[in-house]
Design a binder for this molecule. Structure first.
Ligand code: SAM
Length: 275
């Protein structure tokens, strides 16, 4: 069981131009390892509600840099498979994990993982549905359903639009401004839409929780990355004007829409009688 060291060149997006690269890989380049809107606090709540035990076979969709994978493996599940579409992220996250036969990260797409039917008792995916278009969101949720055995649990952690009664034009404006700041197509949903996305595929929602969207606020940065990690990120932002411009633009959009954005997690179950 060894974890290998990695260089910044191994990071996803390391070959991309700072001005254009996806916001999550820019933050990764600056040293950030927690790339989801509700932070580690929400991940902890989600993992608690998924009730993972050493009997579980866990599939994680889009493990990114492996931060949640490491927490899942602390529970010592029977099996862990990550499915990540970015080749470098897949390699990075796998190298974060102990080497063992029951632990792997494969390069693949969450809507068509290639894994067998009913191979999992838990499926989890964080900060990945938001960046997939409506059709792909549905395909990914259907794939999670296919992967799960009856009684299995699916947990998501995503960006949420509030309030539920938001003017559709305002919702569109937020999507547009977010997408242009993070350079990724962002399509966050309102809470009832997230729930019905899961229900439409046959899931029964058992738990919903919210947290503020404070991804780039100092307090959250320290909670997620530790004091040293947060200071390192701050230093990296200071020494790169190009990166600073991008981070400030992202933070400006998050702050502009603070009243309309939060983080949501949803836990849902594939019913026992489901085939
Ligand atoms: C914002 S990052 C989040 C990473 C990690 N889940 C976390 O919360 O820190 C988004 C991740 O989703 C992955 N991703 C997005 N769509 C995907 C898909 N359809 N299949 C597999 N991975 C996907 C990206 O490659 C990236 O690693």
């Amino acid at each position: 069981m060894s974890m290998q060291s990695m260089s910044p060149l191994d990071l996803p997006g390391s070959d991309l131009d700072i001005a254009k690269m996806p916001g999550h890989w820019l933050l990764a380049r600056l040293g950030k390892r927690v790339l989801r809107p509700g932070g580690l606090g929400m991940t902890r709540a989600l993992l608690d509600d998924l009730l993972i035990t050493s009997d579980d076979d866990v599939v994680e969709l889009a493990p990114g840099l492996g931060t949640t994978a490491r927490r899942i493996l602390e529970i010592n599940p029977s099996r862990y498979v990550g499915v990540e579409r970015d080749t470098k992220a897949a390699a990075w996250s796998e190298r974060q994990l102990p080497r063992a036969r029951n632990i792997s990260v494969v390069t693949g797409t969450a809507d068509d993982t290639g894994l067998p039917d009913a191979c999992a008792s838990v499926v989890i995916g964080e900060a990945m549905l938001t960046m997939n278009m409506a059709e792909y969101k549905q395909r990914i949720v259907r794939e999670a359903y296919r992967l799960l055995r009856p009684g299995g649990r699916y947990g998501i952690h995503e960006l949420c639009i509030i309030p539920e009664a938001i003017d559709p034009a305002e919702h569109q404006r937020i999507d547009r401004d977010l997408s242009s700041a993070i350079h990724v197509g962002a399509r966050p949903l309102r809470a009832p839409e997230w729930k019905s996305l899961l229900e439409q595929s046959g899931f029964q929602v058992t738990k919903v929780g919210h947290a503020p969207m404070h991804l780039l606020r100092p307090k959250r940065l320290i909670e997620d990355e530790g004091l040293i990690g947060a200071l390192r990120i701050a230093k990296n932002i200071l020494v790169s004007p190009k990166a600073r411009r991008r981070v400030l633009a992202m933070r400006a959009v998050f702050e502009r829409y603070q009243q309309n954005l939060n983080a949501i997690y949803v836990v849902a179950e594939k019913r026992q009688e489901a085939g």
